[in-house]
Structures are given as structure tokens and as C-alpha cells.
Design a protein around this ligand. Structure first.
Ligand code: GTP
Ligand code: SPV
Ligand code: MN
Length: 615
């Protein structure tokens, strides 16, 4: 298809304008077909960017440059008209200034390349809850990933007709080619100071330049479905969240749907695909990263997964930790920055078995595999933020209703993060506002998914609602939005809110792998079961200063290893000293950032928590 086949005058005009600015050699409008995917993948293989994997049908490995391995939060901008609208936690540049700078960079930036027009839909095509976008990109890798992560093609242009609403998403790797020059098999991107991941919330517009990786480049994901969608959601009265969605069935066959917000690389994909260790329980997947939630006519909160694939963290994924993810990525999958084995398979740290012979690491160096499945920090064979891009439909535990345009009714919302101390295994909020309070104080160790600076990894930072890097407006106003929606709703129909922590540590206890006091993964089903029963009003909790916590014996420990039975009391009790420190830190360092935008309800919750801890 060519530009002239586009029947939507606004799209056509915008595409023509971008062509003038970026000056690609060709323009190609994507139809979303398998033939198109195969053709573009062949182009990547022929140019040396992709390696076909002999061991995995129709699957390919890409290696990025070491400077382009994750999102770049310090190069991500919310360019609203005023800095106050972007708030204290977002980078801001005046939109006129940012557009001038980026126009300079965009001018001629696609020389020597094809510009692809990707019509895509977030959510099932044609659903009233779905939203359309058009991404213009000069990266074949982006087109291929968008094919898996979103619904792409002519069908989206058909739905848009001549005047449908779309979010314009402009992307360039920022590496024009001179006459006759090629990438020579090297991942194209720009230097860090020229990378810009920019959002213009009032215009619902995205401009991304200089990176080809993940959330920087697949603009339907974090840029659209979270940063821009959060602004649309605020204006329209719904929620766009960095949350997994799972379906939990108890041994009696009763079903509940649960969403969970955990910061990047903190366990959403794993929880969404969990295989329970406790008999009779079942988890199925609706989504692993993003939830759009709206109130239904019945007053309940319904969630859809706007994505069509998983862009999952590879390291740590094993048959033991997440078998369903491994099966999802057995075929038709794109791997990025994983290691390559001699027999044409991928390998990564904690895949569950040591590699044999030689490995090509994520930097392209051939090295002898280690006899054990452990690599010293900094010498990993796969980058810690190596990813697989796999179609959601290939997940063995995908719920049949995962594409239901109505969404699924949510009973519980979880917040969590990597907290080595203080925060217990699970506690429940007293009410909606207290739940919003818990979401607002979420903190976590920084992971390799959120920074390209390895020295930052492991430091604790507040990441309210796990959406700190993905909120398109003032986080203080975001808290108010949650409070307002709760106040308007029928209180009995609101989801219950829980704070979980799989990551408490005791590094001195040699029995504990990784020092973790809780086994995590499949054993998290024990906590999900407690939450399920809580939602049914079970008498399984005690009232504590921080909220409702499991009554002794109410967490199923059948089959749990003895050393975890021993650590359980410590992680299911209130660490009063730790929480008092937490209160002080929130009061002195966290909440003051939001100034007059901080809702008073949250300060009341903080005061109440302090009072209860001291009484
Ligand atoms: P994003 O895609 O970046 O948003 O990440 P995510 O939240 O989906 O995280 P994911 O499930 O991919 O997990 C990231 C890392 O955390 C992997 O290396 C997992 O092995 C590890 N992990 C997940 N769940 C648990 C758990 O319950 N306990 C422990 N100790 N580690 C976990
Ligand atoms: C995250 O960092 O939360 C991700 C990966 O899900 S990315 O798409 O790169 O943002
Ligand atoms: Mn994520």
C-alpha cells in the first residue's frame, strides 16, 4: 500500500508532512499480513541485524548496541504546556522549544531508509474501549515487534474510515544513511544526549527519536497505552495502569479477576502466568503489563489488556519460575539481547540449566559457557533487560476471555515492589482511600528495565502505583483522580486493595536462595488464595496498625519448604520501627514533592498510620 491508499485526509496530511521533514527514500503502509512480517524479517536477517534460531520455529535474535538496552527515563519528556501539568516527577521541556530541537534532529533523519506507516489498535479492533494509533518509523525491528504487541494493519485503517480519532506516534532511530551506506549489521540508534522520548499530552502526540529499544520505540506500549492514555483516562473518568490482569479460579470453580501494579522487572509477567503450588487453584492470563479500567453499567470496575503480545524479561525465566512464558516464546518470537547457543537456540541467566560449549553473548562476543548457570554481575551472557516478544495467543494459560471487548470485572488490586525490608508479605487496606495511600507510597529497588546505568540498579526509589515513569501528567493530580473515582463509586462494588512484597531479604540466612525470605513465583499462589478468600469476606485477617494481615494459619503452607515456614512469621508481622521510618520518609521526602497537588486524604492516611503505630 502507498500513501495514496490512505482514505483519511488527516492521516494522509500528517504522513506527507513527516515525509517532508524526515526525507525517507521510500514510504510503505503496513497491511499487517504474515507475508509482510516475513519479508521485513528477511530484510533484517539479510542485513545481519537478526539471526534465525534453528531451535525455535520462525524465531529470531536481535542484538542492540550497549547504549540502547532499556528505557531512558532521563531522556523521557512530558511536554505539556506548563511544567505544573507535567508535575514534579516528570522531565519537562516547553513544547515549542522541544519541537524545535526535535524538528532539527528529525530533518533528513530517515535518509537511506524506508518509512513505515503502522496503523495499530490498542485493544480488540472495533471495540468501544479500544484506541487507534498510527506509528511512523524507520525501523523494521519496530514494525516486527508492533505486529506482535498490537493489532496492526489495513483493518485498523478501515475502522478509522475518513475521520476516526488516532494518536500520531512518530519514531526514528536517528541514524540517517549516506548514499550507499548500510547499517552493516549494527543496531542503528543515536547517542544518548540526542535521544528524546517525548509526549505532548494536550495534543495526544508522541515524538520519539534516537532509540530502537522496547518502550522507547514500540510507541503503543508505554508512550501511548500509559503516558498518553493516562491523560485521556483522567479527562474521561477511567484508569490507564501499569498492571497485569489475571483470572484466579478456586477449587470450587469460583472465579475472580485481579490486577497488580509492580514496577518494571518486579514480577508482573510471572504473576500473570503463575502455576499454583496449592492444589485445585488455577491462574489464567488476561494481560501482563497494562490494564485499562473503566466502570461498567453495573458499577463494577472492568479491565481490558490493550496489548496483543508480551514483551517479557528473559533472564530469570525458567521452566520452574515461568513455564507458561517459555512455552509462549517457543515459536514466532523475537528475542533481543539474549545469548546465542552453538545449536541455534537462545540462553539467558537463570534459564534453569547451564549452557554447553560456546555462547555468543549479547554484545556479540563468543565466550565459553560457564559450568554453572550463574554469571558474575556485569559479565552476563544475556543482558539483564534482555526480552522476548511473543504473541499473547500462544500463552498456554491465556484466558478464553482475554480479548473480550467488555473487559473483566476486577475484585482486587495489588500493589508491590522489591522491598528487602519493612513491607510484609501481604496486607490489605482498610478502604479505597487507604488503598490509594498504599499505592502512593510504593517503593522498589531500581531494576535493569528502567535504566541503562547499571550503577543505579538495586537502589530504592519511590515508584507510586508502579507508574512513576509512565504517568503523562502531575502525579499529585493522578492520586486525586484515583480518590475521586473511588468517592463516586458504589463502595461495596469497588475492588479491595492489597500491598504485597515477594522480595523481603535476609542475606545472612544461607538456606535462602538469593537471600529471599519468601520463595515467590508459584508459591505466590498461597497469597493469592488468601486474597481471594478476603474478597469473599472470609474471617482470615487481623486488624493491625498498617491494615488487615493474615491471621495465624490462614496462609496455606502445605508443602512449603521448612525454612520458609520459619521465615513466614517475620514477613507476616508488623515491623513497627521500619514503618515509623517509612512514615518519616514519606512525610519528609516523598509527599512534599507534590506540594498543593497532594490530596489531603493521603495526608490523613499518613497521620492515621503514624497514630496507630504509636498507640
Ligand atoms: P516489566 O516487563 O519490565 O514491566 O517486568 P515485570 O513486572 O513483568 O517482571 P517479570 O515478571 O518479567 O519479572 C522480572 C524478574 O523478576 C525476573 O527475573 C523474575 O525471575 C523475577 N521475579 C518474578 N517474580 C518473582 C518472585 O515472586 N520472587 C522473586 N524472587 N523474583 C521474581
Ligand atoms: C517496563 O520497563 O516496564 C517494560 C519494558 O515493560 S518496556 O516496554 O521497555 O518499557
Ligand atoms: Mn512494564
Amino acid at each position: 500500500m502507498t500513501i495514496n491508499d490512505i482514505k483519511h485526509p488527516k492521516i494522509k496530511a500528517w504522513v506527507e508532512e513527516v515525509v517532508k521533514m524526515c526525507q525517507p527514500d521510500d514510504v510503505y503502509v503496513c497491511d499487517g499480513s504474515q507475508a509482510e512480517y516475513d519479508r521485513l524479517m528477511k530484510k533484517c536477517v539479510d542485513s545481519g541485524l537478526a539471526t534465525p534460531l534453528a531451535k525455535k520455529p520462525n524465531s529470531f535474535l536481535f542484538r542492540s548496541l550497549p547504549s540502547d538496552v532499556a528505557r531512558v527515563e532521563n531522556r523521557t519528556f512530558i511536554s505539556s504546556k506548563t511544567q505544573d501539568a507535567a508535575g514534579p516527577t516528570n522531565n519537562w521541556i516547553n513544547p515549542d522549544e522541544l519541537k524545535a530541537t526535535m524538528t532539527g534532529l528529525y530533518t533528513g533523519c530517515m535518509k537511506g531508509r524506508t518509512m513505515y506507516v503502522i496503523p495499530f489498535c490498542m485493544g480488540p479492533v472495533g471495540s468501544s474501549i479500544s484506541k487507534n494509533g498510527i506509528e511512523l518509523t524507520d525501523s523494521e525491528y519496530v514494525v516486527l515487534n508492533m505486529h506482535i504487541m498490537t493489532r496492526v494493519g489495513t483493518k485498523v485503517l478501515d475502522v478509522l474510515g475518513t475521520d476516526g480519532t488516532f494518536v500520531p506516534c512518530l519514531h526514528s532511530v536517528g541514524k540517517p544513511l549516506a548514499e550507499g551506506e548500510t547499517d552493516g549489521g549494527i543496531w542503528p540508534c543515536a547517542d544518548i544526549e540526542n535521544k528524546y522520548i517525548s509526549h505532548f499530552p494536550e495534543e495526544r502526540l508522541i515524538w520519539s527519536y534516537g532509540s530502537g529499544y522496547g518502550g522507547n520505540a514500540l510507541l503503543g506500549k508505554k508512550c501511548f497505552a500509559l503516558r498518553i492514555a493516562s491523560v485521556i483516562a483522567r479527562d474521561e473518568g477511567w484508569l490507564a495502569e501499569h498492571m497485569l490482569i489475571l483470572k484466579l479460579t478456586n477449587p470450587q470453580g469460583e472465579v475472580k479477576y485481579i490486577t497488580g501494579a509492580f514496577p518494571s522487572a518486579c514480577g508482573k509477567t510471572n504473576l500473570a502466568m503463575l502455576i499454583p503450588t496449592i492444589p485445585g487453584w488455577k491462574v489464567e492470563t488476561i494481560g501482563d503489563d497494562i490494564a485499562w479500567m473503566k466502570f461498567g453499567k453495573d458499577g463494577r470496575l472492568y479491565a481490558i489488556n490493550p496489548e496483543a503480545g508480551f514483551f517479557g524479561v528473559a533472564p530469570g525465566t525458567s521452566a520452574e519460575s515461568n513455564k507458561n512464558a517459555l512455552i509462549s516464546a517457543e515459536k514466532n518470537t523475537i528475542f533481543t539481547n539474549c545469548a546465542l547457543t552453538e545449536d541455534g537456540d537462545v540462553w539467558w541467566e537463570q534459564i534453569g540449566y547451564p549452557a554447553k560449549g560456546k555462547l555468543v553473548d549479547w554484545k556479540g562476543n563468543t565466550r565459553d559457557a560457564l559450568p554453572k548457570d550463574t554469571s558474575p554481575k556485569g559479565e552476563e551472557f544475556a543482558h539483564p533487560n534482555a526480552r522476548f516478544t511473543a504473541p499473547a495467543a500462544q500463552c498456554p494459560c491465556i484466558a478464553p476471555e482475554w480479548e473480550n471487548p467488555e473487559g473483566v470485572p476486577i475484585s482486587a488490586i495489588l500493589f508491590g515492589g522489591r522491598r528487602p525490608s519493612t513491607v510484609p508479605l501481604v496486607h490489605q487496606s482498610r478502604n479505597w482511600n487507604h488503598g490509594v495511600f498504599l499505592g502512593s507510597i510504593v517503593g522498589s529497588e531500581i531494576t535493569a528495565a528502567s535504566t541503562i546505568d547499571a550503577s543505579q540498579v538495586g537502589k530504592i526509589r519511590r515508584d507510586p502505583f508502579a507508574i512513576l515513569p509512565f504517568c503523562g501528567y502531575n502525579m499529585g493530580d493522578y492520586f486525586s483522580h484515583w480518590i475521586k473515582l473511588g468517592a463516586k463509586a458504589d463502595q461495596d462494588k469497588l475492588p479491595k486493595i492489597f500491598y504485597v512484597n515477594w522480595f523481603r531479604k535476609d542475606d545472612d540466612n544461607k538456606n535462602l536462595p538469593g537471600g529471599f525470605m519468601w520463595p515467590g513465583y508459584s508459591d505466590n499462589s498461597r497469597v493469592l488464595a488468601w486474597i481471594f478468600d478476603r474478597c469473599n469476606g472470609a474471617d482470615n485477617a487481623i486488624d493491625t496498625p498498617i491494615g488487615f494481615m493474615p491471621k495465624e494459619g490462614s496462609i496455606n503452607t502445605d508443602g512449603l519448604a521448612d525454612h520458609y515456614k520459619k521465615t513466614l512469621p517475620a514477613i507476616t508481622s508488623v515491623d513497627k520501627e521500619g514503618w515509623l521510618k517509612e512514615v518519616k520518609d514519606v512525610r519528609e521526602n516523598h509527599y512534599p514533592k507534590f506540594g498543593s497537588h497532594l490530596p489531603k486524604e493521603l495526608v490523613e492516611c499518613l497521620d492515621d498510620l503514624e497514630k496507630r503505630l504509636n498507640s
